[in-house]
Design a protein around this ligand. Structure first.
Ligand code: KG4
Ligand code: ZN
Length: 335
C-alpha cells in the first residue's frame, strides 16, 4: 500500500501544502502574502488572517495537482513550531480537524528540522552524518545531522539571523521587504568594494547585529558627503554586504567541518537561495573535497514539501501526534 502524506506549513507568512507519495513530492503549493511589503516586515495579525483565507484553497490545489483524493491520504503532517503563534495555530487547527474528519493519524513537525530534511525531497540525498548550515529570516544554525531525528546544534546566532541581516540592510537602503532576494539581484551587478568588519565571535556561533550597525554608520557618513550615495552605489553596497554575510557564514561552516571531520555539507533555509552563498559553498566544496548539497529554490524558503518529507520519516517510525497537540512559538531543534 502507498504512503501518502499531506504536509501543511503556516509558521510565518507563507501558507503551503504539499503531497508526498512514498517519499516522492507530487505537489508543493504556496500562497505568499504580499500585504507585509507595505509594513517592511511580517505583521503577525495580518499573517494569521491571511493564512485563514489561504489554507483551504492551498490544500485543495495541492491535492488536485497531485491527482489524488482526500481519501487516499495516510496521514497529515503539520508545522508545530517554531514560528508566529497566530500563524501556526491556523495550520495546526486545520490539520487536526482534517485528520479527525478523515480518521487518519497526525504527525507534528519541527520547522527547523524540516528545513534540513528538505534535502530528502531531492536526489542525490545527503549521507549521514552531514553538516547543515540553516539560514533563514529567524534562524542561523550549524547542525550536525547524525540521522533523520538525531541532530546536534553546533552553533547559532547570538542576535540577528542571517536573513534579518539582509532584510534590515535592505530597510537602511530603502528596499522592500523581504530584501534578501533584492540585495542578491543588485549584488550580481556590483563589486564588493566596501569593507565591512567581520565580527569576532568565538566557537561556532554567529553575530550579525554589529554588521547592521557598521552599515548604518557607513551609510550615514557617506550620505552626509553625497545625498545620492545609495542610488549611485547600490549595486556595490549590496555586493559588499552580501560578500561579508557569506564570508561570515562560510568561515564558521569551514571551522565546523574541520572540528567534526565531516565532509558532507548542506545549506538550507531562505538564505540558501542566495546566489553568493550557493557559489561560495560550491567553490569551497571543490577546494576542500566536500560533497555539497544545495536545495532547489522552491525548497529553500518556507514550503510544505519539507514538512511532508519530515512527516513521512516520522510516520515510518510510528511517531504520531495527538489531537491535543498545540502550536509552540519557541521550539528547540531537539528536545
Ligand atoms: O526560510 P524562510 O523562507 O523563512 C523563515 O523561516 O524565516 O527565510 C526567509 C528569509 C528572509 O529573510 C529573506 O530575505 C531571505 O530568507 N532570502 C534571501 C534570499 N531569498 C530569501 N536572502 C538572501 N538572498 C536570497 N536570494
Ligand atoms: Zn523557515
Amino acid at each position: 500500500m502507498n504512503t501518502i502524506i499531506l504536509g501543511i506549513e503556516s509558521s510565518c507568512d507563507d501558507t503551503s501544502a504539499a503531497i508526498l507519495k512514498d517519499g516522492e513530492i507530487l505537489s508543493n503549493c504556496t500562497a505568499n502574502q504580499e500585504a507585509h511589503r507595505l509594513y517592511g516586515g511580517v505583521v503577525p495579525e495580518v499573517a494569521s488572517r491571511a493564512h485563514q483565507i489561504n489554507i483551504v484553497p492551498v490544500v485543495d490545489m495541492a491535492i488536485k495537482q497531485a491527482g489524488i483524493q482526500k481519501s487516499d491520504l495516510s496521514a497529515i503532517a503539520f508545522t508545530r513550531g517554531p514560528g508566529l503563534i497566530g500563524s501556526l495555530i491556523v495550520g495546526v487547527s486545520f490539520a487536526k480537524s482534517m485528520a479527525l474528519s478523515l480518521g487518519i493519524p497526525l504527525v507534528e513537525v519541527n520547522h527547523m528540522q524540516a528545513h534540513i530534511l528538505a534535502h530528502f525531497a531531492e536526489n542525490p540525498k545527503p549521507k549521514f552524518p552531514f553538516l547543515c548550515l540553516t539560514v533563514s529570516g529567524g534562524h542561523t544554525q550549524i547542525v550536525l545531522v547524525r540521522d533523520y531525528f538525531d541532530m546536534q546544534l553546533l552553533g547559532e546566532t547570538i542576535d540577528d539571523a542571517a536573513g534579518e541581516a539582509f532584510d534590515k540592510t535592505g530597510k537602511l537602503l530603502g528596499l522592500d521587504y523581504p530584501a534578501g532576494p533584492l540585495i542578491d539581484r543588485y549584488a550580481q551587478q556590483g563589486r564588493p568594494v566596501f569593507d565591512f568588519p567581520e565580527p569576532r565571535i568565538p566557537d561556532l556561533n554567529f553575530s550579525f547585529s554589529g554588521l547592521k550597525t557598521s552599515i548604518l554608520y557607513f551609510l550615514k557618513k557617506q550620505l552626509a558627503a553625497d545625498p545620492n550615495f545609495i542610488q549611485e552605489h547600490l549595486a556595490d553596497i549590496c555586493a559588499s554586504v552580501q560578500d561579508r554575510i557569506v564570508s561570515i557564514l562560510m568561515n564558521k561552516l569551514k571551522k565546523a567541518a574541520e572540528q567534526t571531520g565531516v565532509t558532507e555539507v548542506a545549506i538550507a533555509g531562505g538564505v540558501s537561495a542566495n546566489s553568493g552563498l550557493r557559489q561560495a559553498l560550491r567553490q569551497t566544496g571543490e577546494q576542500l573535497g566536500w560533497t555539497t548539497y544545495i536545495p532547489r529554490f522552491e525548497y529553500c524558503t518556507d514550503n510544505a514539501a519539507m514538512i511532508a518529507v519530515t512527516g513521512y520519516h516520522k510516520y515510518l517510525q510510528g511517531e504520531f501526534a495527538e489531537q491535543d497537540a498545540h502550536p509552540v512559538a519557541r521550539y528547540a531543534l531537539m528536545r
